[in-house]
Structures are given as C-alpha cells and as structure tokens.
Write a protein that binds this ligand. Structure first.
Ligand SMILES: Cc1cc2nc3c(=O)[nH]c(=O)nc-3n(C[C@H](O)[C@H](O)[C@H](O)COP(=O)(O)OP(=O)(O)OC[C@H]3O[C@@H](n4cnc5c(N)ncnc54)[C@H](O)[C@@H]3O)c2cc1C
Length: 327
C-alpha cells in the first residue's frame, strides 16, 4: 500500500479541521498538512491526553509509521516489557510466556499510548494549528464549506471536517445521528498510572479474579506502573460518571478480591491519570457525509479485544488524506 500524497497548489488555500488530538486525529493532521492543506486540530481537553497502557503498532499502521519517518523514535520508546505472567488471587504464579513465545501478549513494538500521541504531536506541532480546551457545538455543512460554531462561541468555516473524537464522539452524534450503532461487549475497562512497588518487574502481570474482574499490571519506561482493570457489567452508562464516581465504582468492584487489589484501591484514590469507558464496537453504515468524514474509534472502534485499534487509527486517516488530496 502506498498512496501518493501530492502537494497541488490549490490545496494551499484549503483549511481542514480535525477534531480530536489522539492517534487518529494527529495522524490525519500529519498527512493532510503534508498534502498541502492548512490544518487545525481541536482537542476538548486542556492538553494532550497521555494516559493509557502499552499499545502495539503493527500491520499497515506500522508501514505508515515508517513512511512518516517515526520508526526509530517508536523503537526507542519501547516499554521494555519482557513477557506476561498469570497469577491467581493468592499470588501463585500459574504460567508465564516470554515475549519470544507466540502465546505472549507482549509484542516486538510495545509503546505507551501516551508516548505515541506525544511523538505524533511533536512531529507536526510547527506545521499545524492546535486549539485545546474547546469543542464543536454546531456543525453546518453546506455545499461550499463546513461552518463550525465552537463551544467558546467562535465561528469559522473549513473546507472539510475530520471527526477523530474516539468512541464517545459527540460531533459524530450530531452529524450521523441514528446511523451509528454500538455493540456493547459486556465489559467496562479502566486504565490508570500508579507508583512502582517491589512486586512490579519487567513482566506484565495478569490476574483473573472471581466476579468477572481482570487485573493487568504492566511496566513502563517512565519509572511508573500502568494498570488496566476490566470488569463484567450490564451497560449502565458508567462512562458518563464524574472521575470521582468512576473511581468509587472501580474500588467497589475490586475491594477484597485478593492479589494486589488492596494496593490498587489506594492508588486509584491517588492517581490523577484515570480513564474508564465501556468496551463497545462502533458500527456505522457511512463514514462520510458531504464535507465531513469520521475516522479511528469514532467511526469503527474494534475495542482492545480486537487488537487492531492503533493500526486502524493510523491507516484510516492516511487513506482519507490520500483521497482528499485527489479532490
Ligand atoms: C486517555 C486514554 C487512554 C487510553 N488508553 C488505552 C490503552 O491503554 N489501551 C488501548 O488499547 N486503548 C486505549 N485508549 C483508546 C485508544 O487510544 C483508541 O482505541 C485507539 O488508539 C483509537 O484512537 P482514536 O484517536 O480514534 O481515539 P482516542 O484515542 O479515544 O482519542 C480521541 C480524542 O478525541 C478527544 N475528544 C473527544 N471528544 C471530543 C470533542 N467533542 N471535541 C474535541 N476532541 C474530543 C479525546 O479527548 C481524545 O484526545 C485510550 C484512550 C484515551 C483517550
């Protein structure tokens, strides 16, 4: 796959808004500015969101990363994880799979999600306009342009809008209304960062606890430790709770279950890097309408269970930039 992204003169005047500054949005911005568009990236949060655990870059996404010249930076940011160990709630080691074994979850190219976001941002920060702490309130797509009214009250017209706002995208709801369906997988997932302790090592450590709770503790290359906890639940809209309520909910799910739960309860209370969402696939009949297109998890979330979210969040925007540069 190698789409030629040219720099035609008429693109120089065309402005594109990319909403969402994560893997999909920043990749879109990279290729669009390279194609000659004037690109603005809009992020609802006041700064880049750098939380999360390891992700692995593979498949077509890795080929695109190489074309972006980011291979070495990503290799250098490796989390150094050596493989995965499975424990029961009484701390007994049940099995372990080093990185070299096919059954291991640890891949050749493990990078923290936040490190990848930072690398992508740093690559384009001088060529792209960034707006943090604002979001789209109203979208008006005419034949000639897309008029955006921001929450702050500013109004601006763009040639195209790319929606890369992740699974909970609000702009997608506005534009694609009832065309998007969700396949909830019966699980909520949380990611957070904690202090390192003596039990942490270069191994990822996994524990299945009774009641449908899975805890995964992983090393990072920042001197801290990354935790993912999944718990089974009916769909209850927990993703819309405040961070305080989300933390209380998670504590109620793990309190007293054994293994490292007691340590994690204390760390959940302390951490300021906390993410909770539902595991839900996103299915849409259309990914574009007029001058608006969506990509990444907003358009086709496969969930971490699918194992290709990063690959797809890099590949989709690359294809879109190629198509728009032909227009
Ligand atoms: C904080 C965080 C931690 C994560 N941790 C992991 C992890 O450890 N493992 C894993 O497999 N996946 C994780 N994910 C999900 C993973 O990033 C995605 O599944 C995948 O990489 C696709 O990326 P994306 O760019 O489409 O969406 P996302 O990574 O979800 O990014 C969407 C971006 O859009 C922003 N946004 C949302 N709504 C608006 C709006 N209305 N206007 C403007 N901006 C908006 C968000 O703040 C975010 O920066 C995490 C996501 C986040 C946000």
């Amino acid at each position: 796959m190698n789409i030629s992204i040219d720099t035609p003169k008429n693109k120089m005047e065309q402005e594109i808004l990319v909403s969402g500054a994560s893997i999909a949005g920043l990749t879109a911005a990279y290729w669009l500015q390279k194609a000659g568009f004037i690109v603005t990236v809009l992020e609802r949060e006041p700064a880049l969101r750098l939380g999360g655990q390891n992700i692995d870059v593979k498949g077509p996404g890795w080929e695109i990363i190489k074309m972006m010249g980011l291979e070495e930076k990503i290799r250098k940011a490796n989390t150094t994880e050596v493989g995965i160990q499975f424990y029961n709630t009484d701390h007994k080691l049940l099995a372990q799979f080093p990185k070299s074994e096919a059954a291991s979850m640890t891949q050749e190219l493990e990078i923290l999600r936040g490190d990848l976001v930072q690398i992508l941002h740093d690559e384009i920060k001088n060529n792209v306009n960034f707006i943090f702490g604002d979001y789209i309130k109203v979208v008006n797509d005419t034949d000639a342009d897309v008029e955006i009214t921001y929450k702050s009250g500013n109004i601006k017209k763009f040639a195209f809008l790319i929606i890369a706002e992740g699974i909970g995208s609000l702009t997608r709801e506005q534009v694609f209304k009832n065309e998007v369906t969700f396949a909830y997988l019966g699980i909520y997932t949380c990611y957070f960062t904690i202090s390192k302790s003596d039990t942490d090592s270069l191994w990822a450590r996994w524990c299945n606890a009774p009641g449908g709770v899975v805890i995964l503790i992983r090393p990072d290359n920042h001197g801290t430790t990354r935790v993912c906890i999944n718990f089974r639940s009916s769909e209850n809209g927990y993703e819309d709770l405040s961070t305080k309520k989300k933390k209380e909910l998670l504590i109620s799910k793990i309190e007293g279950i054994g293994w490292e739960a007691a340590r994690l309860v204390g760390e959940i209370r302390k951490t300021d890097d906390f993410y909770l969402d539902r595991l839900s696939q996103v299915k849409a009949c259309n990914w574009s309408r007029g001058r608006i297109v969506m990509t990444g998890d907003a358009a086709y979330c496969v969930t971490p269970i699918g194992g290709r979210g990063t690959d797809l969040a890099i590949t989709g925007p690359y294809i879109i930039a190629g198509e728009l540069s032909e227009k």
